[in-house]
Design a binder for this molecule. Sequence first.
Ligand code: ADP
Ligand code: MG
Length: 253
Amino acid sequence: MTPMIKADQVCKNFGSLQVLKGIDLEVGSGEVLCLVGPSGSGKSTFLRCINHLEKVNAGRLYVDGELVGYRQKGDKLYEISPKQAARQRRDIGMVFQHFNLFPHRTALENVIEAPILVKGESRAEATKRGRTLLEKVGLSAKVDAYPAQLSGGQQQRVAIARALAMEPKLMLFDEPTSALDPELVGEVLSVMRDLAEAGMTMVVVTHEMGFAREVADAVAFMDNGVVVEAGQPDQVLGAPTHQRTRDFLSKIL
Ligand code: ADP
Ligand code: MG
């Protein structure tokens, strides 16, 4: 089966700064990959490359069998048009550390905006699905609340519903609970766990090792622009083979 994500020697630099130095990774359809590693190791940059918010400088990155951001002819690569890039990005949901909700729109309005504007869904249809999604993330009582009236955990759950409203085939989470007060982390992880159980393909950058152990099919430890080791959660988190992984885990656990 075609993997949902395949990274083959993916490199990314910002000017002379090499941030990704040859990432090899695969995520199968329906799998959850947790990406862990120290700050500055390139985790967010890798997610942004998958979502084509950053251009890969070398190597190949595929989502669902399709080259991200480029079209290949013979052995030459050509950049795709902004329109084609937007089409690729549409199928990928992303959730950030800071929820980035529109402050002057209600929870429901935040969720239905993209389906209406980008997908051309009718307001009635988008609203119906939006309510269902907000119910799914436990917020049926908050559909008409504005972001400022919601806790951080509730706002993040709206952000997840908003991403799901585009019916993505892949969800990327960049430290979705890092900005939350500790007592609000669980409700967001629980929504993510439900999503994983429903079969969503997910890449999750997180420091929540309990979540990684329970929910992930694979964990990859990144350091300094490379994947140092990857494998089953029990192996990578419980019996890491590399000293760098052990050092990192001993600091966060
Ligand atoms: P992580 O998410 O693992 O903390 P990042 O991917 O955010 O790491 O960053 C990796 C490195 O790339 C850092 O040194 C960061 O400063 C640098 N970096 C990230 N984005 C940019 C950018 N747009 N321009 C220049 N440097 C960047
Ligand atoms: Mg980051």
